[in-house]
Design a protein around this ligand. Structure first.
Ligand SMILES: Nc1nc2c(ncn2[C@@H]2O[C@H](COP(=O)(O)OP(=O)(O)OP(=O)(O)O)[C@@H](O)[C@H]2O)c(=O)[nH]1
Ligand SMILES: [Zn+2]
Length: 195
C-alpha cells in the first residue's frame, strides 16, 4: 500500500515536471531563443526540476517540522542565530536570501534545534514576501510551543532589487516580529544576543 502510494506520488511529480518543462520551452521561444540549440536542450527540464525543489514547501504543513519536543524548565532566551535561507519573491519569482534569527523564551516545552532550521526551509520554499516569511515562522513556533515570547528577525537581499528594476545591489531588508509577553529588557537582551 505504502509503496504504491509512493509510486503514485512519483508518477504525479514526473507529469508536473514534464508540464513545467513544456512551458519553459515555450518561454524560451517567446524570448527569442532557440530551445533546440545545444546549450539549451536540457534547460527546460532542469528548470522544471529546480522549480519542484524551490517550491516544494507549497501545501506542506510547516508545523510538522517542529516534531521533536522536550520538557524543559528554562525561562531564558533560546536563540538560533544565522539560519541561512533562500526563498523566492512572489512578485518576480527571483531569489531573495539571507539570514534568519529566532529566539524564544520557552514555557515548559522546547524543540530540537535543527527543527527551527527545517521550519525556515519549508516556509522559504514557496513564493513569499519577507514580511510574511517572518510572521509565518513566528506563528508556527507560537502554535506548537506556546512559548512565553518569540522574536524572529530576518535580514535579506532581494535579487529583484539588484539584478533588475531599481538595481541596488547590497541593500539589505530587515524584518522583525515578536509575539507574547516580552518586556523591554527581554527584547533588548535578544537584540544583544543576536548581535
Ligand atoms: N514588501 C515587500 N516587497 C517586496 C518583496 N520582494 C519584492 N518586493 C517589492 O515588490 C514590489 C513590486 O512592485 P511593482 O511596482 O508591482 O513591480 P515592478 O514594476 O517590477 O517594481 P520595481 O521592482 O520597482 O521595478 C517592488 O517594489 C519589489 O521591490 C518583499 O519581500 N516584501
Ligand atoms: Zn521581487
Amino acid at each position: 500500500m505504502e509503496v504504491s502510494l509512493k509510486n503514485n506520488i512519483q508518477e504525479e511529480k514526473k507529469i508536473i515536471q514534464e508540464k513545467i518543462s513544456y512551458h519553459i520551452y515555450e518561454i524560451l521561444k517567446l524570448i527569442g531563443e532557440d530551445p533546440e540549440r545545444e546549450g539549451l536542450l536540457d534547460t527546460p527540464n532542469r528548470v522544471a526540476k529546480m522549480y519542484l525543489d524551490i517550491f516544494s514547501g507549497i501545501n506542506l504543513d510547516p508545523k510538522l517540522e517542529l516534531n521533536t519536543l522536550f520538557e524543559e524548565k528554562s525561562n531564558d532566551w533560546i536563540i538560533i542565530n544565522d539560519i541561512t535561507f533562500y526563498s523566492t519573491c512572489e512578485h518576480h519569482l527571483v531569489t531573495f536570501y539571507g539570514k534568519c534569527h529566532i529566539g524564544y523564551i520557552p514555557n515548559e516545552k522546547i524543540a530540537g534545534l535543527s527543527k527551527f532550521a527545517r521550519l525556515v526551509d519549508v516556509l522559504s520554499k514557496k513564493p513569499q514576501v519577507q514580511e510574511r516569511l517572518t510572521n509565518e515562522i513566528a506563528d508556527c513556533i507560537d502554535e506548537v510551543l506556546k512559548p512565553k515570547g518569540i522574536i524572529v528577525k530576518v535580514e535579506a537581499e532581494h535579487l529583484c532589487m539588484c539584478a533588475r528594476g531599481v538595481k541596488k545591489p547590497g541593500s539589505n531588508t530587515i524584518t522583525q516580529t515578536k509575539k507574547g509577553d516580552l518586556n523591554q529588557r527581554e527584547i533588548y537582551n535578544f537584540l544583544q544576543l543576536i548581535n
